[in-house]
Design a protein around this ligand. Structure first.
Ligand SMILES: NC(=O)c1ccc[n+]([C@@H]2O[C@H](COP(=O)([O-])OP(=O)(O)OC[C@H]3O[C@@H](n4cnc5c(N)ncnc54)[C@H](OP(=O)(O)O)[C@@H]3O)[C@@H](O)[C@H]2O)c1
Length: 291
């Protein structure tokens, strides 16, 4: 297939590009800078110069692809209008294209859109309950799922990690700055987790096998406490393992609204993707991965 990836240099997107290329798909990747274009080339993708804020400059490329995978998002105050305009522009181009099977459009949601779940394990049937900061994303994913001209699919990645990167990059930075890992809220807050190599595979499988209108949670591990992750990182570094607990407000003031997401206590199941797409995540023990 010929696939256009938006966000193909990111934590999730680079893994998606690799998984698509390993299955011999032709991949076009949106690049807003020379360095992004170079990264895409090194992954085997062909760069298409452009920015998600100005889709009219490049979105005609969507007329000639079999799929669009959106893993780029704008998280400024204009996230809602920018995302709506992006999706509308792409759907408009796809609508005007040749006949044949509808192209796939995979939109990236995220575990935070379920809000706090506590002990309940979020499946795809649980109504979304996003914090106000990210509620616009629910409207955007509905635009994709309800568009008649595409096979709309949504993937909700869990917290994406790799040994020193993804959501753990901040832990690593804390270790070098404070000699301890900081957690916001408390260390019993639970996160669903997925390794970035496994999430890329899930997108590739969804592209091949998911039906129109389907949503999948990308969780390899239903939940793990942030304390367990913080302690594993600190143990490996040979420093004090007890995390520094900081208030959410303190975190928001220093690091921004993202910290409200880090403080969401969640469990999320990836069983549907395992069952329907035969997704087999390799990394199912984040603490062991960090050791
Ligand atoms: N990471 C997680 O744990 C996680 C979990 C759940 C959901 N998600 C969602 O998944 C999506 C991707 O997350 P990520 O962690 O992979 O993000 P990331 O590492 O920050 O990557 C973002 C990607 O989007 C591209 N991008 C950003 N603004 C752009 C613009 N204006 N024009 C063109 N490209 C632009 C970036 O390109 P450049 O190379 O040019 O910067 C990069 O390729 C987000 O919507 C996020 O909310 C992430």
């Amino acid at each position: 297939m010929k696939v256009l990836v938006l966000g193909g240099t990111g934590s999730i997107g680079a893994s998606v590009v690799s998984a698509l290329r390993s299955r011999r798909n032709e991949v076009l990747g949106l690049a807003r800078s020379d360095s992004s274009a170079d990264s895409l080339c090194s992954l085997g993708a062909q760069p298409v110069r452009g920015d998600i804020r100005w889709p009219d400059e490049w979105a005609n490329v969507a007329k000639s692809v079999d799929a669009v995978i959106q893993v780029a998002g704008d998280f400024t105050a204009d996230a809602d209008p920018i995302g709506r305009n992006l999706i509308s522009s792409l759907l408009h181009r796809i609508d005007a294209r040749r006949s044949g099977p509808p192209p796939a459009y995979i939109y990236t949601g995220g575990c935070w859109l379920y809000g706090t779940t506590g002990d309940c394990v979020a499946t795809e049937d649980l109504p979304l309950n996003a914090p106000a900061e990210w509620a616009w994303s629910i409207d955007h994913l509905r635009m994709v799922l309800e568009a008649p001209q595409v096979r709309g699919i949504v993937i909700h990645p869990a917290m994406v990690y790799e040994r020193d990167g993804g959501v753990l990059a901040r832990f690593r930075d804390d270790l070098s700055t404070f000699g301890r890992v900081r957690v916001f809220g408390n260390e019993n807050i639970r996160w669903p987790m997925v390794h970035r190599a496994d999430i890329g595979e899930l997108y590739a499988l969804a592209l091949e096998r998911a039906p129109r209108g389907a949503s999948y949670n990308g969780a390899a591990v239903d939940s793990i406490t942030v304390g367990a992750l913080a302690r594993a990182m600190a143990r490996r570094a040979g420093v004090e393992t007890t995390p520094l607990v900081r208030s959410i407000d303190e975190g928001v003031a220093e690091l921004g609204e993202w910290v409200r997401g880090y403080a969401i206590d969640q469990r999320m199941s990836g069983a549907k993707a395992r069952r329907e797409l035969q997704w087999l995540p390799v990394h199912t023990d984040p603490v062991a991965d960090l050791s």
